[in-house]
Design a protein around this ligand. Structure first.
Ligand SMILES: Nc1ncnc2c1ncn2[C@@H]1O[C@H](COP(=O)(O)OP(=O)(O)OP(=O)(O)O)[C@@H](O)[C@H]1O
Length: 748
């Protein structure tokens, strides 16, 4: 790289960083007792004399902005929250921290309450946004917690677990930049929609070097798009699957019951059981000593078997007539004879993880031998009729493929060649992307500096245009996903309560140092085989090396809605404490109809909810409306967008109810599709709604959601807590007892 290129890279990186953080760049000020003053912002900046102009929110000095309280002032007199539109300050809120005489309740109060409430009631866009100006003290503790060990962050719905985990990623990348830039940060989310929902947060904090993925994306080359039955998903997540995979690998190394005859040309060769047993044992022993995996250990077995066959040929031809070189030729010929290869493959096949698992799923005998502990029905749930080549993968298969890869290791030349080609492709792609990105940035710098276009390297400009048109803007660190063996510096797991034991095993391999942030809420668990408590999962992998922080305040759901959800939580486990909400909102409503009235009632409900949302437009998002070209009004002036409505339905009614809604609203989005985040009306199952939020939510047929699975109450709890403003329940038949409070409050 030339010096010119290096400079360009440096400056363009800084330029794009500055662009990304421009909105609300400076949001706070700290006034100290000794008159010192610091401005806090999304990025650090210095003046020409290297005096700090702006302190990065992640710097140690900035911690006081989030942590200081009247009871623990940290020498701070005043904390000022600045609200900006574009580059203009349009409002300030002051917390005076040295005011004597505040009562205990006020002392314990939220920091920057006015700023927080302004932020919570401002317009939402369907995408999660950063909260850097209003991070609360309990959240800040989580964000700045040490890198080492596993930090479990649990808390009820809307307590900011996701957003805090993302800010923690930004904090860790800032504080441990050297270490984490090399090894990378992996963030695991529950599904692709969720990944899209959160993918703007880190770039808006100036960080792009993270990998966002789902469990189903962690095995390179496999696209896990199929779905399992609940039973199959539970069985595949069961820790006994590790034993099953191990047993199945060993069982694929066979010996003949008696003698295996191999006919090459007209000669008959015999492999007897004892020879094969000996060869297998020797191969296994050598592999154990050398730490070799099954595909590698196979070479020892092949060598011994070929020696036995060569001996038979030599004896037939007459040992005395043959030179050393002749013997070697015979051996080589035998090694390449298709009949010999087929015989050896039958005894000790070379297997890719996908071929191995596909074989296993398609054979009742292989399954019965490898998993004798599973019940009939459990094994049947794993069985996939049809040839192995037609196998379609599900997200629950991915940890099993990973497990198999750990035991089988690399395969033959073809696979080596394929992976070499893939690596080459990835490297070429990375190089081209980097080049293109540099081109785009170069162009931007030139534009900024008012340099005419013909001074730009035309090749770079061409590639840049291609890159821009392709919409490829993902971080270069995505390449890490192509490497199954990549070890990440830190792993963040969101909605972690849903992960199976097998998924945890896979994730732990991606981070042997066990530097992780695990975020979730056991009460919201719904996946078959999901964890029942954190210790059950984490003691197994990191006993004594995990700690827990709890978030207690709900920033999403208004008090009135949370009261309804709290009854469901008590039904899940009376010992669980609901988070306390910080906002008031509309009273939730309920309506009961007979099953056959449901379609008509649903259509009415959609119309009336949309009308309600239209009648109460969201207040302006001050910082957002400062974007160039956007009309600005006075602070707090009401403004669209008019709000999004989600209909959360039982799994088995999704298709039917989508049709009903679409007959009046053809543009309604269905859960799982990319449109769901932006659409005015979305119809989703609970699983599809997990982690997301909407302005208004109507839960359809709650009794069916409750009865839908063993963890139906958890599902209902998730459904009820997705709303930021309005909640309704449309019941088919009687309202479930657990929602009795709605009957009392109902506005029917
Ligand atoms: N300190 C804060 N300032 C402003 N908004 C916040 C703050 N903390 C959380 N929020 C907002 O509250 C909402 C809920 O946050 P988030 O989705 O992270 O919660 P969660 O605990 O992951 O919820 P769930 O368990 O239901 O998925 C988001 O819109 C988030 O931006």
């Amino acid at each position: 790289m030339t010096e010119r290129q290096s400079f360009h890279e440096l400056y363009t990186k800084r330029l794009s960083q500055l662009r990304a953080v421009e909105r609300g760049l400076c949001f706070g000020r700290l006034d100290y007792d000794d008159e010192t003053r610091f401005y806090i912002g999304r990025l650090g900046m210095f003046d020409d004399d290297y005096e700090p102009l702006l302190i990065d929110w992640r710097a140690p000095v900035a911690q006081a902005f989030y942590g200081a309280t009247p009871a623990r002032r940290l020498d701070i007199r005043r904390r000022r929250h600045l609200r900006t539109r574009g580059r203009t300050v349009i409002g300030i809120d002051d917390d005076v921290l040295d005011l004597d005489g505040l009562d205990e309740k006020e002392r314990r109060g939220l920091s920057g309450e006015a700023a927080l409430l302004a932020s919570l009631t401002s317009g939402r866009t369907g995408r999660m946004s950063e909260i850097v100006a209003t991070i609360q003290a309990e959240q800040d503790r989580v964000i700045r917690s040490d890198l080492a060990g596993i930090l479990v962050v649990d808390g009820g719905p809307g307590t900011g677990k996701t957003v805090v985990a993302l800010h923690r990623a930004a904090y860790l990348l800032y504080t441990y930049r050297q270490r984490l830039a090399r090894s990378g940060v992996l963030i695991i989310g529950p599904n692709a929609t969720f990944t899209r929902y959160i993918d703007q947060v880190l770039p808006s904090l100036g960080e792009t070097d993270v990998v966002l993925a789902t469990i189903g994306e962690l095995y390179p080359g496999v696209v896990a798009t199929s779905t399992d039955s609940p039973l199959a998903a539970r069985v595949k997540g069961d820790p006994r699957m590790a034993d099953m995979v191990a047993a199945a690998v060993v069982q694929r190394q066979r010996v003949p019951d008696d003698v295996l005859e191999i006919v090459v040309d007209t000669d008959v060769y015999r492999l007897d059981r004892a020879t094969c047993l000996r060869a297998r044992e020797r191969a296994r022993t050598r592999a154990r000593r050398a730490g070799e995996l099954a595909n590698r250990a196979r070479r020892h077995f092949v060598r011994d078997v070929l020696s036995a066959l060569t001996r038979q040929a030599v004896d037939r031809l007459g040992r005395d007539l043959l030179e050393e070189a002749d013997v070697e030729d015979i051996r080589r010929e035998l090694a390449s004879a298709p009949q010999v290869r087929a015989a050896i493959d039958g005894l000790w096949p070379e297997l890719t993880p996908t071929s191995f698992l596909a074989d296993l799923y398609s054979s009742p005998d292989l399954l019965a031998a490898a998993a004798p502990d599973l019940g009939e029905a459990e094994r049947a749930a794993l069985l996939r009729p049809g040839p192995p080549s037609a196998q379609r993968w599900t997200p629950s298969d991915v940890p099993l493929l990973d497990e198999a890869a750990e035991l089988l290791g690399e395969t033959d030349l073809a696979v080596f060649a394929a992976s070499a080609a893939a690596t080459r492709d990835a490297a070429e792609l990375a190089e081209e992307t980097a080049y293109a990105r540099a081109g785009v940035e170069l162009q931007q710098v030139y534009e900024q500096l008012d340099i005419v276009g013909n001074e730009i390297d035309p090749v770079a400009a061409g590639v840049a245009a291609r890159y821009r048109d392709s919409g490829a803007a993902g971080p270069l660190s995505d390449g890490m996903l192509d490497d199954r063996g990549w070890v990440y510096g830190h792993v963040i797991v969101d909605e972690a309560q849903e992960l199976s034991a097998m998924a945890w095993r896979m994730l732990m391999r991606r981070c042997p140092a066990r530097s992780m942030t695990v975020v979730g809420d056991i009460a919201q668990a719904s996946a078959p085989g999901a964890a029942r408590d954190w210790a059950e999962v984490l003691d197994l992998h990191a006993k004594g090396r995990w700690r827990r922080e709890r978030l207690t305040v709900n920033y999403r759901t208004p008090v009135e809605i949370m009261a309804v959800a709290a009854d469901v939580l008590a039904a899940i486990d009376p010992a669980l404490e609901p988070p306390s909400s910080v906002r008031d909102g509309d009273r939730p409503w309920c309506r009961q109809v007979e099953a056959e009235e449901m379609p008509e009632a649903l259509q009415q409900v959609v119309e009336s909810e949309l009308a309600d949302l239209d009648a109460t437009p969201q207040p302006a998002d001050d910082a957002a409306s400062g974007q160039e070209g956007e009309a600005s009004g006075a602070t707090g002036e009401p403004r669209g967008p008019a709000g999004r409505l989600a209909l959360i339905v039982p799994d088995d009614r999704l298709v039917e109810l989508v049709e009903v809604v679409r007959s009046a609203h053809p543009e309604a989005a269905v859960g799982g599709s990319p449109a769901v985040l932006d659409a005015r009306v979305a119809v989703l199952t609970v699983t599809q709604a997990k982690g997301l939020e909407f302005d208004a939510v109507v839960v359809i047929d709650p009794a069916a959601i409750l009865a839908g699975s063993a963890r139906g109450a958890g599902d209902l709890y998730v459904a009820l807590t997705r709303a930021t403003r309005r909640l309704g329940v449309l019941a088919a038949g009687p309202l479930p007892e657990v929602l009795a409070r709605l009957r009392v409050d109902a506005k029917v």
